[in-house]
Design a protein around this ligand. Structure first.
Ligand code: C2E
Ligand code: CA
Ligand code: CA
Length: 738
């Protein structure tokens, strides 16, 4: 067989683009022929042309070679003795080898060739071959293969990149979407499902505004309409979207930050028919917004009661003052301080104290209108702003309403708790024309209520000024006063209404202040209670009074009773009972002659420990009296639970006796009720004979008041009431301080 050798065009050799390791520039060829001579001639022809050529002399060897090396082209003889060309083709096909087979066959029978082509052969060359033809066929085949390879590679890379992008888009923490020129979703990523609960198919083709919260619709429409006309490449906006629970269908508002940009035509390679495609992202910023709102709330509110705090109160007050000034209106600032809150807080614990504050604030809130600001100023202090009031009495009415609202006991974890409040009111512009003055003066007025017996409200007036600085200095002076013996005990007589004999004395304390002179306990006892110095004061008072009155027992006044006032702070103490016992023992005072006066408030809170303490005391013969009865909660229901012997009717009822029929009723009701409970009744503040007569006619057995003498030295009392001496009515009146 002859071969015509012609020089071949170098360029005809395939030039693969991306060359793999082991790949030659020209191509790698396996020559398979059982005719060794022919194979060798092909080998040398192709090697000369720069191909890397290997040869094998049978089908079996060819299959082995193909398994080990990748060839661009296999020149395959069809007819071979053992494994023929068809079988090799089959192997190439089934092993998916990336090689092109060119069948070289002497066999001219058309069916052999066509079978080979069906089996995947790329081309065929007849033996004997023409060198040029052979070389062209090979070089075309290789070029084609290189093209296919690089196309396949490109396709693979594209698929990979597409998959990567899809992954990135769907795993983005944000919702990613594309809007068509109608503002409808033409693409949206998976994230919409987890963030908003819609399926993608729900939304595709729907307008974007379909998921915008009703409140933000207007804003959204404006924004989307302008998103593509704007010159800015990117626009951002915060908006509330509506999420939907896939289970319950329940919808919720969530906050998102939306950014939008127009997709330019060159990205889309659009022919201009689809204009205004918008690319957008929506980032869930609900947590951030909630955190901001919480921080904002916290900066201006009290977390416990959720009321505005001091800062917000001052803010609103400042605005209200400006407005009142402009419109020549009045406004009121109230300072509301809970009475004895400290005692409750200390005895029941802070958790209960907190719950009480919450409940109190709810009740107070129920008394104010929408435009008013009730704030927690701190601790147990509240402030109230009433903008635009007609006059002072409007403010007083609101204050009374608040006091009334907290009168009903609070139920805190099964404890029935009673609490009162002291309210001071400052009205703009008379009681101050700026924030600080109004708050300060309302505070001053509040203290006035505190020191005059608590639970009430009062308007500030100029003469109250100065009491604050005084209060402040008293606080500091009190400690020293105890050491310097500036406290003095006075005694006020208690008189038997049946025989007008001296029944006993009540010890009342006075403070001889080096600068302010003689001070009333009404002024300094609240201060002493706040600083807990009251414990020491009450202890000292009791010891001294027991000594004084005990001495009188020896000096012609056997059986004279001593009544002592006790602060609730004292009673709350764990060692309270022991202290009383110690004092009695140290002074050798007979317990049956001692009466302890306590306030209603102590009993109202229904405390087992208090009941036990009081029972313990009374077992020794000590008697207990309720002081100022009628001013607090005047609930009689609790009385039977406690070992109370005496009711002291508050002097305010006695004082109103002459002109107020209602008070006469109250007094007679209290007296008959106390009689029913077999209690002693002491009427306080008796100043006039007719009061005395009336009280006696009701059956009130003991009286106390200026008619029978003010609190004075014990000596003065006994001079006036020699043992067993009866007072004639006229005499007592004549002796009474006018
Ligand atoms: P209180 O126990 O209700 O004492 C009666 C108050 O009424 C006394 O005021 C007394 O001077 C006053 N008073 C008596 N008769 C009349 C009257 O006819 N007309 C008027 N207008 N007032 C009368 P005082 O001495 O200023 O005491 C005020 C409060 O201070 C007492 O009220 C008592 O709660 C408390 N207090 C006094 N001494 C002590 C004490 O040693 N320890 C404690 N914890 N509290 C005390
Ligand atoms: Ca008293
Ligand atoms: Ca009293």
């Amino acid at each position: 067989m002859s071969a015509v050798l012609k020089p071949s065009n170098r360029n005809s050799a395939a030039e693969g683009s991306g060359k793999k390791p082991g790949e030659t520039r020209q191509g790698r060829i396996l020559v398979v022929d059982d005719d060794q001579r022919l194979a060798e001639s092909l080998h040398s022809l192709l090697s000369m042309r720069g191909y890397v050529v290997e040869m094998v002399f049978g089908g079996q060897a060819a299959i082995r070679k193909l398994g080990a090396t990748v060839y661009d082209v296999v020149l395959l003889d069809l007819v071979m003795p053992d494994v023929d060309g068809h079988q090799v083709l089959q192997h190439i096909h089934s092993a998916k080898l990336n090689t092109l087979a060119i069948v070289v066959s002497g066999e001219s029978a058309i069916d052999h060739v066509s079978q080979a082509l069906r089996q995947g052969a790329h081309d065929y060359i007849k033996k004997p071959y023409v060198a040029d033809e052979l070389l062209t066929t090979i070089s075309n085949a290789i070029r084609k293969k290189r093209l296919e390879d690089s196309h396949g590679e490109m396709q693979k890379r594209l698929t990979r990149s597409e998959r990567l992008h899809r992954f990135l888009v769907n795993n983005s923490p944000d919702i990613i979407f594309i809007l068509d020129h109608n503002g409808c979703f033409s693409f949206i990523n998976n994230k919409v499902e987890s963030l908003l609960g819609y399926t993608r198919s729900d939304l595709l083709g729907k307008p974007v505004t379909a998921i915008v919260d009703a409140e933000d619709q207007e804003k959204a429409r404006y924004f989307f309409e302008h998103a593509h006309t704007s010159n800015d490449s990117e626009r951002a906006i915060n908006m509330a979207l509506v999420s939907q629970s896939p289970n319950t269908g329940e919808s919720r508002r969530r906050h998102f930050e939306l950014t939008m940009s127009t997709i330019s035509d060159d990205v889309l390679e659009s022919d201009g028919s689809e204009r205004y495609e918008i690319y957008g992202t929506a980032r869930d910023i609900s947590d951030q917004i909630e955190a901001e709102e919480f921080i904002n709330f916290q900066a201006y509110h009290d977390i416990l009661t959720r009321l505005p705090n001091r800062a917000l109160f001052k803010d609103r007050l400042s605005v209200a003052i400006t407005q009142a000034h402009r419109n020549q209106e009045k406004l009121a600032v109230m300072f509301i301080d809970l009475d004895r809150f400290k005692v409750i807080n200390d005895s029941l614990g802070h958790t209960m104290g907190d719950r009480l504050l919450q409940s109190v604030s709810q009740r107070l809130l129920s008394c104010v209108r929408k435009g008013d600001t009730l704030s927690r100023f701190g601790g147990d202090e509240f402030t109230l702003l009433l903008p635009d009031i007609k006059n002072e009495s409007t403010a007083l009415q609101v204050a009374e309403k608040m006091l009334e609202s907290i009168k009903t006991p609070f139920d805190i974890a099964g404890h029935e708790i009673y609490i009162g409040a002291s309210i001071g009111i400052a009205v703009y512009p008379d009681a101050g024309d700026d924030i600080e003055a109004l708050i300060k003066n309302a505070d001053i007025a509040m203290y006035r209520i505190k020191s005059s017996g608590k639970n009430g409200s009062i308007l500030f007036n100029a003469e109250m000024n100065g009491s604050v600085t005084r209060r402040h200095s008293l606080e500091q002076d009190l400690r020293r006063a105890l050491q310097n013996n500036e406290l003095e005990i006075c005694y006020q007589p208690l008189v038997d209404t049946v025989n007008t004999n001296l029944y006993g004395v009540e010890a009342l304390i006075r403070w001889n202040h080096p600068r302010y002179g003689r001070l009333s306990p009404a002024e300094f006892i609240p201060i002493a209670e706040d600083s807990r110095l009251i414990v020491e004061i009450d202890r000292q008072t009791m010891r001294e009074a027991c000594l004084h009155v005990g001495a009188l027992h020896q000096k012609g006044h056997p059986g004279l009773r001593l009544s002592i006032n006790l602060s609730p702070v004292m009673v709350e103490r764990e060692d309270f009972v022991q202290q009383i016992f110690d004092t009695l023992e140290a002074t050798a005072f007979p317990p049956e002659n001692l009466q302890l006066e306590i306030t209603e408030g102590l009993l109202l809170n229904d405390r087992r420990d208090i009941v036990d303490k009081l029972l313990h005391l009374t077992q020794t013969g000590i008697t207990l009296a309720i002081d100022d009865f009628g001013t607090g909660f005047s609930s009689l229901s609790y009385l039977h639970k406690f070992p109370i012997k005496t009711l002291k009717i508050d002097r305010s009822f006695v004082q109103k006796l002459h002109h107020d029929a209602d008070d006469a009723c109250i007094v007679s009701a209290i007296v008959s009720m106390a009689q029913g409970l077999k209690m002693n009744i002491v009427a306080e503040g008796v100043e006039h004979m007719f009061q005395f007569n009336y009280l006696r006619s009701l059956g009130c057995n003991i009286v106390q008041g200026y008619l029978f003498g003010e609190a004075t030295s014990l000596n003065d009392v006994v001079i006036r009431y020699p043992y067993g001496k009866r007072l004639a009515a006229g005499e007592s009146q004549a002796n009474g301080p006018g």
